[in-house]
Design a protein. Structure first.
Length: 397
């Protein structure tokens, strides 16, 4: 089997180190805000809402911009560098508004780098390796999410080590990211000729095509039912799972995601993107339906761990299909719309779910999520089955 390019391996290491740095901070942030800075749930909501909205917007902007400049690596250096520089400064914050400003800047960096990075992976791999490449990348990302909290927990066992110290230590893997980017990531030479969207801004959007727009519609419908995983954790807690066990389950969940995304990416190159995504969305709907109907702790724990399979079936396949559906000249733009659509649809998703839970109960909320996931299948099935522009592989079953 042909080896993946060194740039893909390097980008996987970059994502591992970035998530290691980020997840040393993120699980401790709610406790830090409430016990050290005196902020509450409202402050946390403002911070995370601002942060994720910023990331979604700049993923769209950077995707269009990277196609116009025909460059990828400068966006990666800027995005990873900015986030890595400011993220550990949470350890010096004296008020929750400072944390809000830092999280805003951190997510701005994420928005700047994400679409160009995904486009760069597509640029350097052969069509038959796309699913495998995105699967490896997502697996490394999830592995960092497993390691980060464990490193933070280990540091906190050291006498005299505080949460502020943990946050400052997150600068070490963040600095390593820049070294890997500089020395390990190579982009292809810029393509000759003027960018397609330079003379006419709408040209790039037209090149995306009908099937890509149907794919975006399917993703938006699905994402509206894909609320924050915090609700799953809350359901486990209400079922009597102790807090310590919930934390352990969260780590095991990331282990399942790590393994399943690596395997799922390889399978998508063989089985087709549509088959994998339909399977993943079916798993998601079944999990949410089970969370509505199952009451026992053992059953809910089993279902929650199976939930990790959904990510393995969908994450690599979705990104590979984005590349399959569009010309190479608008890959960055396509990833910008892909990430932007998911990010913006995720904002009302959790609000809708929370309102349904509050007024009609948890079962109704989970059933609604399952129904939205099922409805997203319709535009997916309307997509054409012909060979796509970006690949010599069949896009679906």
């Amino acid at each position: 089997m042909k080896r993946l390019p060194a740039t893909v391996i390097a980008l996987g290491l970059v994502s591992f180190l970035t998530d290691l740095s980020s997840e040393m901070i993120y699980p401790l942030l709610p406790v830090f805000l409430s016990t050290v800075l005196g902020g509450g749930a409202l402050a946390l909501g403002v911070i995370e809402g601002l942060a994720e909205s910023t990331a979604a917007l700049f993923k769209l902007i950077s995707g269009i911009w990277t196609d116009r400049t025909r460059r990828r690596k400068p966006f990666l250096l800027a995005g990873y560098g900015l986030a890595g520089l400011v993220r550990p400064l949470i350890g010096l914050a004296g008020h929750w508004t400072t944390v809000a400003a830092i999280r805003f800047t951190d997510r701005l960096g994420k928005g700047v780098r994400t679409s160009p990075r995904d486009a760069l992976i597509a640029d350097v791999v052969a069509p038959e390796q796309r699913g495998r490449a995105y699967g490896l990348h997502r697996a490394m990302d999830h592995a960092g999410a497993v390691a980060g909290p464990l490193v933070a927990a280990a540091l906190l066992t050291i006498e005299g080590f505080t949460m502020r110290g943990v946050f400052l230590m997150a600068a070490i893997p963040a600095a390593a990211v820049i070294l890997v980017l500089v020395f390990g990531v190579k982009e292809l030479p810029a393509r000759p000729g003027p960018p397609a969207s330079e003379s006419e801004p709408s040209a790039g959007r037209r090149e995306l095509g009908r099937d890509f727009r149907l794919f975006l519609l399917a993703l938006v419908l699905f994402t509206l039912g894909n609320s924050t995983d915090a609700f799953l954790l809350l359901r486990l807690s209400e079922a009597g799972v102790p807090a310590a066990s919930v934390a352990l389950l969260w780590s095991l969940h990331h282990v399942v995601k790590t393994l399943s995304t690596y395997v799922g990416g390889r399978l998508s190159d063989r089985m087709g993107r549509r088959t994998m995504i339909l399977g993943g969305w079916s798993v998601y709907a079944a999990v949410y339906l089970a969370f509505a109907l199952v009451d026992g702790r053992g059953g809910l724990i089993t279902v929650f761990l199976l939930y990790g399979l959904y990510f393995g079936l969908t994450e690599p396949s979705e990104k590979a299909w984005v590349v399959d559906l569009v010309p190479a000249s608008v890959r960055g733009t396509a990833f910008g719309y892909y990430h932007g659509a998911i990010g913006l649809a995720a904002l009302p998703a959790s609000l809708i779910f929370g309102l349904l839970w509050h007024f009609l109960g948890a079962a109704t909320a989970f059933i609604a999520g399952a129904a939205l996931a099922a409805s997203a299948v319709v535009p997916l099935l309307l997509m054409g089955r012909a060979k796509k522009i970006g690949t010599d592989l069949p896009p679906g079953p």
